[in-house]
Design a binder for this molecule. Structure first.
Ligand code: ADE
Length: 226
């Protein structure tokens, strides 16, 4: 069982991804627990202010240190956290290896970045890991947090219908997955590769491996260079 606390200023944005699909099922099965917290509830003033102008006079707003500090302090009273993640385009790039590692942890906080960013003291003193989901800038870290949770939770035993399928994902062994087909065996004159129809398990495995290698070399040569 993994427990993930998400800290955000827009909790509504996360309702749908966390109540459906893999994460919804994992929650229902007791494999994962995801709690979304509104940073605004920990604001100091009655206007529930969570941001302010940056010192030094740049454009954009900066997330205040106090509400985030108060929320994280409250959460830490109940749990020992293995990782406190901040989602940001300047974080380390999320990959399958990191998703695998996170899936072995028990308690995780994910702080969703917003505005121009968070007061840097949060990153210096509270955050243990910064993750980016790619070299592009999102409006906020919520979608990145949803991506991280999905990639992690689906790896947990019992989260998926077919237990073995996470193991055969692309990237699990630095190879892209082979192509897959289903019925009909021929549509519109487009045929499924003959070998998949012949029932020779060893030959099929060999074919899949060949396809994986070929696709990886052609589409993602960087994966085999590592
Ligand atoms: N917040 C904004 N852009 C992001 C990105 N690419 N990855 C993670 N968090 C983000």
């Amino acid at each position: 069982m993994i427990h993930i606390d998400i800290l955000t200023v827009i909790p509504d944005l996360l309702a749908s991804p966390f109540n459906h699909s893999i994460i919804g099922r994992a929650k229902a099965k007791g494999v994962a627990e995801v709690a979304v917290h509104n940073i605004r509830d920990y604001a100091l003033d009655r206007h529930r202010r969570v941001d302010d102008y940056p010192f030094g006079g740049e454009a954009g707003m900066v997330m205040l240190v106090e509400p985030v500090y108060r929320l994280i302090t409250e959460l830490k009273r109940h749990r020992a956290y293995d990782e406190i993640i901040y989602t940001s385009p300047d974080g380390e790039r999320l990959n399958q290896k990191e998703a695998n590692r996170l899936s072995t942890l028990k308690n995780i906080i994910i702080l969703c970045g917003h505005y121009k960013g968070v007061d840097h003291r949060i990153r210096e003193h509270l955050i243990t890991r910064e993750l980016s989901i790619g070299d592009y800038v999102l409006t906020g870290g919520e979608l990145a947090a949803a991506v991280i949770c999905d990639a992690v939770v689906r790896l947990l035993p019992g989260a998926m219908g077919d237990e073995s399928s996470a193991l055969t994902d692309s990237f699990q062994d630095n190879l892209l997955a082979p192509p897959v087909y289903t019925r009909p065996a021929e549509f519109n004159g487009w045929k499924v590769p003959e070998i998949l129809l012949q029932g020779n398990a060893a030959a099929i495995e060999a074919w899949k491996f060949e396809q994986s290698l070929e696709r990886t070399k052609r589409l993602r040569p960087d994966l085999t260079d590592e």
